[in-house]
Design a protein around this ligand. Structure first.
Ligand code: NDP
Length: 399
């Protein structure tokens, strides 16, 4: 059916490439293009031999002209951006210039400020619409599946959804005292930032990790969950009928939090450049270099993830609640694609999002978030592609 260009060759990109190759009728050809070509070649070596034809390329995605030249040469039907959020705009610019559809998993973040927002990418709406190409934003798990779950709940179970609690739990143990499950720089920027939640039309800011609850998660058990700001809050606040409150919760172990606190206290999580032996370095980037590479955590990580959404709202004048979630086992994911569940849960939806656009089910010129589309084909694909979901119509609620 089509050809996808995957940009990035890290933990999530590796899952995307594996999953594209598992669906060769849709992904007849893929090109894996990233900054370090040897990583693309290693992936090709692992995946070659199936029906999907694979090529690789070197590209610095910070430079639109380089991307344009590569896209013109490779001629993909869609670009799947699983590099870093810093590259979102340069890649969108290249897609505009070459009129190629675009999918990503994380919204744009300027490298010099730890702040993410959709405004920069939403500003491309008219230009994508005029060019007749689709940009699908945030098609990972969270954001991504959480938006699809919300659209599904809205379509099938509610006239109005009044509150959404997104709970992202990782009960995996990788055996390290401190490591992050996806890109350490992006992860630490996210969790050390102020928290926020949406309430009655506005965002209420909290101190980092200020709000904590305990939630008893299916197949995982009771866990400490902490309120964080997260990007889907912004788009769900606009796209869900009747919404009054949205909160995002993530589990952290005490050991993770203690290490993070110590690193913060000594300045290692700062993104302000400092002079070191005559060179400018960013402490957080240095920290990334000494931490384990998330793509190597697969063999050692054991346990499960559980990510889902708890909804409260009304249907036919009656109050109702609904919880939909996915459980992934780190070792099962590793046996299938050589990656732990955090990369797996982000990479599978990126492939499904691209599949939705390539097959025309979600093809709509403009810039869109996942919850703007019909959730049914995506929900169906998740059941077939390794992210089956479960439902509970009487869940415990978070106060
Ligand atoms: P990694 O750090 O493992 O991989 C990032 C890849 O991007 C690396 O291969 C890196 O190249 C490449 N890259 C970085 N800068 C450039 C550049 N300028 N040009 C070309 N390639 C570049 O990150 P992850 O795989 O963990 O995360 C990938 C994305 O997925 C991130 O945006 C992250 O926020 C997102 N994500 C989304 C989730 C969701 O549920 N929505 C969950 C988890 C992650 P090199 O190898 O040379 O460093």
């Amino acid at each position: 059916m089509g050809k996808a260009m995957i940009i990035g060759a890290g933990a999530v990109a590796s899952v995307v490439a594996h999953k594209c190759c598992q669906n060769p009728d849709v992904f007849e050809e893929i090109c894996i293009a990233s900054r370090t070509k040897s990583k693309c070649d290693a992936l090709k070596k692992e995946l070659d031999g199936g029906k999907t034809r694979i090529e690789t390329a070197q590209v610095d995605a910070d430079h639109t002209e380089e991307l344009v030249r590569l896209i013109q040469r490779v001629k993909p039907d869609i670009v799947i951006n699983v590099a870093l959020p810093y590259q979102d705009l340069t890649i969108m610019d290249a897609c505009l210039e070459t009129k190629v559809d675009y999918v990503d998993t994380a919204n744009y973040e300027p490298p010099e400020t730890a702040h993410f927002e959709y405004k920069w990418q939403w500003a491309y709406r008219d230009r994508f619409e005029k060019a007749g190409i689709t940009a699908l934003l945030g098609s990972g798990f969270d954001p991504g599946v959480t938006g699809v779950y919300s659209a599904y709940a809205q379509k099938h179970y509610f006239d109005e959804i009044h509150s959404i609690d997104i709970v992202d739990a990782n009960a995996g143990d990788h055996g390290y005292k401190f490591a992050t499950n996806f890109n350490p720089e992006i992860n630490i920027r996210e969790v050390s930032a102020k928290g926020s939640y949406f309430q009655d039309g506005q965002f209420i800011e909290t101190e980092p990790m200020e709000i904590k609850r305990v939630y008893d998660l299916p197949e995982i058990g009771p866990k400490d969950i902490y309120l964080l700001h997260h990007e889907e809050l912004e788009s769900l606040a606009q796209n869900i009928r009747g919404i009054k409150q949205i909160r995002f919760w993530m589990t952290f172990s005490q050991s993770y939090l203690d290490h993070l606190q110590a690193l913060e206290d000594v300045g290692m999580t700062s993104i302000e450049p400092i002079e070191f032996e005559g060179k400018q370095i960013v402490p957080l980037q240095f920290l990334k270099a000494v931490l384990p590479d998330p793509s190597t955590l697969g063999p050692s990580t054991k346990g499960k993830t559980n990510i889902g959404c708890i909804f409260q709202g009304v249907k036919d004048g009656k109050e109702r609640t609904y919880y939909v979630y996915n459980i992934c086992d780190h070792q099962v994911c590793y046996r299938e694609v050589g990656s732990q569940a955090v990369a797996y849960t982000a990479g599978v939806p990126a492939m499904i999002g691209a599949m939705m656009v390539l097959t025309g089910k979600w093809k709509k010129p403009g810039v869109h978030n996942v919850e703007e589309f019909d959730p049914d084909p995506f929900m169906d694909a998740m059941n077939h592609c390794g992210l089956p979901w479960q439902e509970n119509f009487n869940p415990d609620l978070i106060d």
